[in-house]
Design a protein around this ligand. Structure first.
Ligand code: F6R
Length: 610
């Protein structure tokens, strides 16, 4: 979705802004632009295309602009055009504004402004905001009053950054429903949709709350609530460093992030399991009395995060006595689910900003559920609106396709399931100890598996030209098959479908023909023999088969044209390992096909609109 960055300070603003926009490219966009202020003039440069195109256009602009706002646009209202790109300005060119989000009452506002003689130059909802700012400011002459008024008039979600001609050391922001972070350095200040945008310059962050108005200036950051009352928001120093946002010698972020998974898992478990016991109740603020009141667990998420939740569903069924329901956030938010104070509602989201997941959270919270966020972003909207948070320790994920956040989520959900099982007295201490002991071995096994990158690249060559692929798995391996199919679709654009292996003969088996390979996720687990017979049915129809199986398996390799072996682990842990070859296979197929792997077409990293 759209990305925003703003800067005021001693550096050349365009350099900081272009750098910031490049770091936000992962969000997906179709046009880019920036506004620069020097005190004398307010310059707007914007174009359809890449940030590099914008950078070339800026070469003609002289130095001396120390204030600016930048934007990458992902079209919602109005097509992809130069006129619709941000920043937008008012009729007199006094204000420039960038926006991420959607203004729901924009048609109404546009009509009202047009009746007053305002001329619109674009089809965007954003332009209505900047005209509203200008008309209100001409009445009041007070920017804070204008921004308070703006909040009353706008319906929908927005993160805005605004600058005014002749005010070269101030940028104003408002955040409601869309992500925005503020950063302060020495004699300079920043705002952005996401921390990596200004991570090379500062790690001192403030997270504005819903409705907050901020003034960022070289002297510091001042914040007011939506009514214009001054408020304090704590400054947090993030432990991400800039190398985490770079490719570090890898050709793509996706590949780098796949290879980081051993480290991510180690970081995620550190201090959270001690001497065979799960130790996250303190972090979550849970006690036995509270946990024993819960009767149900709802887990809600989208995309890959939903697939990690499906793995957790199977663990919770085994290790707790709770009634478990897992749903896609865009469905859950509109269903008549029985959610009440006896419900633990878990929201899984890498970004913590997914609009549907946030809506589902607000619904569960209003129904009295205890809400837990599993997210990678401290200070994200999700993290701020729940009762408890378990942070992934994945570091920034830049590739649009989720990889390390998926395994990070698996680890976090494992810990939650273990903690619930032991606190409710269902999971016996010796069983917990066995599970924890295997859990801490998983990072090493993941790293062993990553050494098979070359082997998987060879397999990718055999299948890259197919137009369709089916993924099958049972039990814990079904969500893994779903995640594998999603990865392939996203980065290679090959049509892929995942099926519970036992469902094949209820219809999908009709799809089998040459050119439709089947990838079977078949670790040595309690359902191994069942999946093996499904594989035989597939082979009997001459389909080509790729198998992800456990090392030492004697039967599967006899059936499959290509085999990727994973180290042995207990059934519960197989998703951590089986998913790795699927990520690598998708990556290599996409590479062979010349796809834009880190920013696949039509996709955005963080889906902040419904
Ligand atoms: C898939 C992918 C998406 C996200 C989904 C939810 O590779 O990245 O399916 O998993 O958009 O995003 P979060 O986890 O940020 O809520």
């Amino acid at each position: 979705m759209c990305g925003i960055v703003g800067y005021v300070g001693g550096q050349e603003a365009r350099e900081v802004l272009i750098d910031g926009l490049k770091r936000l490219e992962y969000r997906g966009y179709d046009s880019a632009g920036l506004a620069l202020g020097s005190g004398k003039d307010l310059l707007i440069i914007k174009e359809v295309g890449k940030v590099e195109d914008l950078e070339r256009m800026l070469q003609k602009v002289p130095a001396g602009y120390h204030q600016g706002i930048g934007h990458t646009r992902w079209a919602t209202h109005g097509g992809v055009s130069q006129a619709n790109a941000h920043p937008h300005k008012d009729g007199k060119g006094q204000f420039a504004l960038v926006h991420n989000g959607i203004i729901e009452n924009f048609s109404e506002l546009r009509e009202e402004l047009e009746r007053k003689g305002v001329v619109f130059l674009s089809e965007t909802d954003t332009e209505a905001i900047v005209h509203l700012v200008a008309t209100s400011f001409s009445r009041t002459g007070d920017i804070l009053e204008t921004l308070v008024y703006l909040q009353k008039r706008l319906r929908g979600t927005f993160a805005l950054a605004l600058m005014q001609q002749g005010l070269p050391d101030r940028i104003y922001t408002i955040r409601r429903g869309s992500p925005l972070v503020l950063g302060s350095g020495n004699g300079e200040a920043f705002c952005a949709s996401d921390i990596p945008a200004f991570l090379p310059y500062t790690r001192r962050i403030q997270y504005p709350e819903e409705g907050d108005i901020a003034e960022i200036s070289p002297g510091g950051i001042r914040i007011w609530d939506e009514k214009g009352r001054p408020v304090e928001r704590s400054v947090v120093t993030v432990d991400w460093d800039v190398s985490m946002t770079e490719k570090s010698g890898f050709s793509h972020y996706m590949l780098k992030e796949i290879h980081e998974q051993g480290t991510v898992l180690r970081r995620s478990l550190k201090g959270r399991v001690v001497d065979g016991k799960t130790m996250i109740s303190g972090e979550l603020g849970w006690n036995v009395e509270m946990v024993s009141k819960w009767k149900k667990v709802h887990i809600v998420a989208c995309g890959s995060s939903y697939y990690s939740a499906l793995v957790a569903e199977r663990l919770l069924e085994k290790w707790t006595d709770l009634e478990i329901k897992v749903d896609i956030a865009s469905e859950y938010r509109y269903r008549h689910v029985a959610c009440d104070p006896t419900t633990l509602a878990v929201f899984v989201s890498q970004s913590g900003e997914t609009a549907d997941t946030l809506a589902a959270l607000r619904k569960a919270r209003a129904a009295g559920a205890h809400c837990l966020a599993i997210t990678n972003v401290r200070g994200s909207t999700l993290a701020r609106e729940v009762h408890s948070v378990l942070l992934l320790k994945a570091g920034p994920e830049i590739g649009v396709a989720a990889t390390k956040s998926f395994t990070g989520q698996l680890a976090a959900l494992f810990l939650v399931a273990l903690q619930l099982g032991s606190m409710r007295g269902i999971l016996a201490p010796h069983e917990e100890e066995r599970l924890v002991n295997e859990l801490i071995r998983i990072p090493y096994k993941v790293e062993l598996l990553l050494e098979k990158d070359g082997e998987i690249k060879e397999i990718a060559r055999k299948y890259a030209q197919n137009k369709n692929m089916l993924f099958i798995g049972r039990g814990m391996s079904f969500p893994v098959a779903q995640e594998g199919a999603l990865k392939l679709k996203e980065v290679s654009y090959i049509h892929a479908e995942a099926l519970a292996a036992g469902e094949m003969k209820h219809g999908p088996i009709a799809l089998l023909e040459p050119g439709v390979p089947v990838l079977a996720v078949i670790p040595k687990d309690s359902l191994y023999e069942k999946t093996l017979s499904n594989i035989q049915e597939i082979k009997a129809r001459n389909a080509s088969l790729i198998a992800v199986c456990t090392e030492g398996d004697r039967f599967v390799p006899e059936q499959a044209g290509s085999v990727i072996e994973t180290p042995w682990t207990d059934e519960e842990f197989t998703p951590f390992l089986s998913v790795i070859p699927l990520q690598l296979l998708s990556f290599h197929i996409a590479l062979i096909l010349g796809r834009e792997i880190d920013q696949p077409r039509n996709l955005a990293k963080s889906v902040t609109v419904e």
